[in-house]
Design a protein around this ligand. Sequence first.
Ligand code: NAI
Length: 718
Amino acid sequence: MADPVPSPDDASGALRLTLEDGVAWLTLDDPAKKVNTVSSRVMAGFEALLDRIEAEKPRGLVLVSGKPDTFVAGADIEELQGLSDPAEVRALLERGHELCQRIHHLPFPTVAAIHGACLGGGLELALACDLRVATEHPKTKLGLPEVQLGLFPGLGGTQRLPRLIGVASALPLILSGSQVDAKKARRLGIVDATCHPADLRTAALRLVDQGKVKGHGKPRSSFLQKAQNALASVPVAKSIVYSKAREGVMAKTGGHYPAPLKALEVIEEGMSLPLDKALELEAKGFSELVVSPEAKSLMGIFFMKNEVDGRAAALAAKATHDVERAGVLGAGFMGSGIAQVLAYKDIRVELKDRDWPSVGRGLKSCRDLFQGLVRRRKMTPVELTLAMSRIHPAVDYGGFGRLEFVIEAVFEDVALKHKVIQEVEAVTSERLIFASNTSTIPIARLAGGSSRPHNVVGMHFFSPVHKMPLLEVIRHPATSEEALATTVQVGKRMGKTVIVVNDGPGFFTTRVLAPFLNEAAWILTQGAPIEQIDRALTRWGFPVGPIALMDEVGIDIGGHVSRVLLEYFGERIQAPEIFQRLLDDGRTGRKGGKGFYRYENGKKKGVDESVYQLLEWSKSEIADQEIVERCWMQMLNETAHCIEEGIIENPADIDIGVIFGFGFPPFRGGILHEADRLGLAHVVARLDHYADRYGDRLAPAQLLRDMAARGAKFHGDD
Ligand code: NAI
């Protein structure tokens, strides 16, 4: 029964208080936001209602969300990004700590009833409660993802989580920002119970009663957690736990991201202090991080991604119908990857190749990918069987008649692609949308072979399809709005971040990657060792160096892309002759077990020294700084050409494209952010310098010169 005296809303409007049978229910439901977040406005509302709750003296307090699928999604990042003074940040955090401590010290049991995303500040609020229950629902995820924004949990998470579940269990969650479902959270001890979503209120009330029985405020750590924490306080064991974690962070981040290292420092020191002192330490560390350039870049990516996703969602909403069945042509590396993701997302697939052995290989790789999901408990064996049953293998077009969407991933050959377009059009209706996964061929050229060019569109996936988050959708001048909207909708359904670009050879991503790889190849021929080139760029923050990347992409494919782009852009995209020499020597890269590097059982083993002989190479000194500048500035230069030609224009699309497409160092915030940070006048001067020494391919694009002359920035004056 609700409180007969209506409870006024708090001043923020984000919280509702009701009293039912002596239990206070505090419902977070911020009408100003799609999801609940923790902000100073919400905190003010909380504080006011806590005064009231204290006065009401209920027998328990339950914190619950009024949003359909989120508990609390985290802190209000817009508010955080706007803060530039560490003292201001610290004051905000101290206020948050005080609020959590007040919840923690309430003289009756407090319970967080969690359904949906319970992340960052949301989980920290829940951790301040005595007990937690979470629903066993796919939307329920718990985690502290702050490191992904260049921060760490600042509302007590670095101190409360290790105290609750043990340092060894808490470190991976805090340092990687990974999320867990309700069952895993229960196993780890983050929540005390799980339930069906329909039972959340009953389960929360049960915990209120249990809280009373157990005695409020006493630590509830399990034997194992107590043992972990006790061990972690023994000097030798302690130093092993933390130094192992530090090594792991360094190996993963190359030291480019201060947040996880700072988190480790704060946890290690904080665990030997009383909680209130430890929280002060956390507030200090967080306030330093939030104004760091890395956090600014990573938060910038968060906003850019929201912007890109928002635009794609608006486009997708224009599609007149949903795609429930799709055809995939080519069950090779890309085709099978595309089919697997479609089936995973509940879309039925006709997977066609030339012959049964090829289809069989494709099906096997789909099954292998699903089995990986089963091993990681992301899928049950029954779901695997169901997902595989959504993929219908074919060697003819018998099942294509009713399809309205087909993606082709056959060999990169214009004549073959024209042939399959015509075959598909012969058996399908006028509405059929034909999407090509070509990586280089202009879509207009492919549409030239179609009787319905308005329904031809580019859908450029990245490999491996199931892992890579980006999808580049390409419209050519005749692509219809419906074809574009439907393609974006399918891409979003597949869980991809979609950028839409205009047509041209190599579109945006392949086109800007090519000069980056070419420049690395030129540097190699000029005498820098392979290891040095790759190391220089991974130290700068790329996940793999450019020479290793050529092995990954395939030297045959790289050579082919190079030839296609050369045909359109001439000398600027000219690569040295090394690809052909390697190919003549039977080197295709990782897939063939032989490239610039040696491979044993698929594992990369050091540089293949015989490459140097093959290239008649001799060493000469080239500084790391030059290697890095020449490579990334060539990528920037080609980006500027793409902007000049109208291939792409939005800075967020560009920065998200290079980060999500091929791992441009996220802490640099994207290629345009990096150029803005250095100043375009500096970039132009460096390119001019290299053009003088090595030729016109390095000459800065006119756009860069003009912007440098005006003192302009790509991302405005932020
Ligand atoms: P792949 O060689 O692994 O697969 C191509 C498949 O097409 C083979 O299974 C082949 O049997 C099949 N095929 C050939 N003719 C066919 C026909 N008439 N009907 C049905 N199937 C036919 O090649 P991959 O790497 O999957 O590339 C496919 C396409 O994706 C190419 O256009 C490539 O440029 C593009 N792409 C490749 C990426 C990569 O990283 N490998 C990345 C992005 C795009």
